[in-house]
Design a protein around this ligand. Structure first.
Ligand SMILES: *Cc1c(COP(=O)(O)O)cnc(C)c1O
Length: 408
């Protein structure tokens, strides 16, 4: 079947529908799911050339699979990078990043507000191999600069952060890294490429947990690194085809379908998040509201500039807020009461789902920190995190008011 070639310079909405490997001989409109562990070779001679990497062609799914390739190409098209390499989970993508870039004696500077497992991976696991990580304040560029050593190879940031939605200046960190011959990786989970493309601001590696907004309906786990083709070919693929942290074809297919609605979901979920945040600000039982889309957010202007891949600034879809209370015990009691009174929002720590989720960071996602560490991070017992989905805004307000209105 002759393939029609896609025109150059399509909009992200269109790329999200169309970017994939060529269709099979059947001309399926929805991309095929190649649920196979290996690929039959036309001849022994061709098999030999493919295994020697002298000829293109799929051999074994740990090495490559067309459904996974489609997902990688679609994500790279949305992020504006040359290439992407998919992994089994978001954490596997960060593990692959470290395995590819870091050696014994190397140093990493990382935001102190990154995903908890990311910290444990850097300090606990990479630490075993003599790689040191320094943690600095997310928003303090001077602190990042001061932490740099002659051995610094990588800067790692996540923006906005979970759960307090602090926003860092990607361009400033990229300039800092590149001035000292280091590289910048940005975890782009919270915004997704629909709202923020870190490559535009100089990031070398964009990390994804496809488990979140790329899938968008909380069904599968997936991850990826988006970067230049040469890093995929020379650094990451040789490791992943050996180490096997590959994305399963079925999961790749689910994420591929998820990305088709990514732009419109991010837009709709962000609009709902802004409406909830504005409403929470007016509630007498609510203290501070953390949401980059609010003018009161300390990095509001930066967020509106940086999170504007859709054409206008967006605060993304995670909103956190403090309930009021007199001491630590009453704050926790009040937060639990609000969470337990919610009948629509799911009590779970996952985010990126079209079903709104509600959680208490201090006792769940950040429960392993000491009370002192939590206080330093600003995560109090009264803090509630909402990952706003596609539930109707009036139902979400009613759901929260049910608990808030009863607080003492
Ligand atoms: C969930 C998450 C990860 C880890 O992704 P998994 O797919 O759960 O391994 C990494 N970074 C951020 C910001 C996340 O929210």
């Amino acid at each position: 079947m002759t393939e029609r070639k896609l025109p150059a310079h399509l909009h992200p909405d269109t790329l999200a529908q169309r970017t994939a490997v060529d269709k099979s001989q059947y001309g399926e409109n929805s991309e095929a799911l190649y649920l196979t562990s290996s690929f039959v070779q036309p001849s022994a001679e061709i098999a030999a050339r493919r295994f020697a990497q002298e000829e293109e062609g799929y051999t074994y799914t740990r090495v490559g699979n067309p459904t996974v390739t489609s997902m990688e190409r679609r994500l790279a098209a949305l992020e504006g990078t040359e290439a992407a390499i998919a992994t089994s989970t978001g954490m596997a993508a960060i593990l692959l990043l470290g395995m590819g870039l870091l050696r014994t004696g190397d140093h990493v500077v990382c935001s102190q507000s990154v995903f908890g497992s990311t910290m444990r991976l850097f300090s606990g696991e990479f630490g075993k191999f003599g790689i040191e990580t320094s943690y600095v304040s997310q928003t303090d560029v001077a602190a990042w600069r001061a932490a740099i050593r002659p051995t610094t190879k990588l800067l790692f940031a996540e923006t906005p952060t979970n759960p307090l939605t602090d926003v860092c200046d990607i361009q400033a960190l990229a300039d800092l890294a590149h001035n000292v011959g280091a590289l910048l990786a940005v975890d782009n989970c919270f915004c997704s490429p629909a709202l923020q493309q870190p490559r535009r601001f100089g990031a070398d590696f964009i990390i994804h947990s496809g488990t979140k907004y790329l899938d968008g309906q909380g069904r599968v786990m997936a991850g990826a690194i988006c970067c230049d083709q040469r890093y995929v070919d020379e650094v990451f693929l040789p490791i992943n085809r050996t180490a096997g942290m590959v994305l399963a074809p079925f999961n790749a297919w689910v994420v591929l379908k998820g990305m088709e609605t990514l732009g419109i979901r991010m837009q709709a979920q962000s609009e709902r998040a802004l409406a909830v945040a504005q409403w929470l600000q007016t509630h007498p039982q609510v203290g501070r509201v953390y949401y980059p889309g609010l003018a009161s957010h300390p990095q509001h202007a930066l967020a509106m500039r940086q999170q504007s891949a859709s054409g206008k600034g967006s605060g993304a879809a995670v909103v956190s807020f403090d309930v009021k209370g007199s001491d630590s015990a009453s704050l926790r009691r009040n937060a639990f009461a609000v969470i337990d009174a919610a009948l629509v929002s799911s009590i779970t720590t996952n985010l990126g789902d079209t079903k709104t989720t509600i959680s208490h960071p201090a006792s769940t996602s950040h429960g392993r920190l000491t009370e002192a560490q939590r206080q330093a991070a600003g995560i109090g017992q009264g803090l509630i995190r909402l990952a706003v989905g596609l539930d109707h805004i009036d139902d979400l307000k009613t759901d929260l008011a049910r608990g808030l209105d009863l607080l003492p």
